[in-house]
Design a protein. Structure first.
Length: 217
């Protein structure tokens, strides 16, 4: 069974567990999603199900998008995402996918576009150490230092330097589902996720080996 859903990051907060410890959690509005397409091997060459999330005004649709939603008798959706799955028997066009796919104690992988942080130096971007502040010029403490070395007198491809930081597709694996609010379509995930506030998240059951004892007990 496919356990995947599209959500929106609402922010972070903290709750208390059964032992009175503070647990930082990310609040996610997960779904409801609509099945907007089913991809079969015989026709498309692969097997997948397509979800739609978030309402979109008809005036903001392209002609192809408007034709697609009209043909399938579906309300326009802002985010469209495909999830690969072998067994498509459980999915039908227009089916609603809700947050009740998950339960407290599950572990999920969350993918999203990370926060864009602009142009950053090597200390922030690559976790370099600062140079000594006791000798030399004062503007050298956060400098990268020499990029040369033995061998060819050029900067090798892949050398860690300052540059654009963030705004990349990233995934955090093995996040614990702390709570599920079915009425409000809300998930509470332990820890942080790679997205800015109101960012779109793609949530799936984790592919990692999960701990044998539940962390939320």
């Amino acid at each position: 069974m496919l356990k995947s859903i599209i959500g929106e990051k609402l922010g972070m907060t903290q709750i208390f567990d059964n032992k009175g410890n503070i647990v930082p959690v990310t609040v996610v509005e997960a779904g409801p999603c609509i099945v907007t397409g089913v991809r079969v091997i015989d026709k498309e060459g692969y097997s997948a199900v397509q979800f739609g999330f978030g309402d979109k005004k008809k005036k903001n649709l392209t002609r192809s998008q408007a034709g697609f939603f009209k043909k399938n008798n579906l309300l326009p959706k802002k985010i469209i995402k495909e999830f690969r799955i072998a067994d498509l028997d459980e999915f039908t066009l227009g089916q609603e996918i809700k947050v009740d796919l998950f339960k407290p104690g599950d572990y999920v992988d969350v993918s999203a576009i990370s926060k864009g942080k602009g142009y950053a130096g090597v200390i922030k971007r690559h976790n370099f150490s600062m140079q000594s502040v006791t000798h030399g010029q004062s503007d050298r403490t956060r400098a990268r230092g020499s990029s040369g070395g033995q061998g060819p007198q050029k900067v090798l491809k892949g050398t860690k330097m300052s540059g654009h930081l963030g705004c990349k597709y990233a995934t955090i694996q093995g996040l614990l589902v702390v709570n599920v609010n079915i009425e409000n379509n809300v998930l509470l995930l332990k820890g942080s996720v790679p997205a800015a506030k109101n960012g779109i998240l793609f949530i799936s059951a984790t592919v990692r080996k999960v701990p044998s004892n539940s962390e939320n007990n």
